[in-house]
Design a protein around this ligand. Sequence first.
Ligand SMILES: [Zn+2]
Length: 45
Amino acid sequence: MKDPVCGMEVGEKGTLITHKGKQYRFCCATCSWAFEQNPEQFLKE
Ligand SMILES: [Zn+2]
């Protein structure tokens, strides 16, 4: 899975967050924190 904040590939050890029914993984607490502050900013598709 790819960390939507920094774009890094994250393995199973990444922090898992569920947002609107979808799961996202983050490389570190800083990235998961940033995502929680403003998820839409990182979900441009
Ligand atoms: Zn990251």
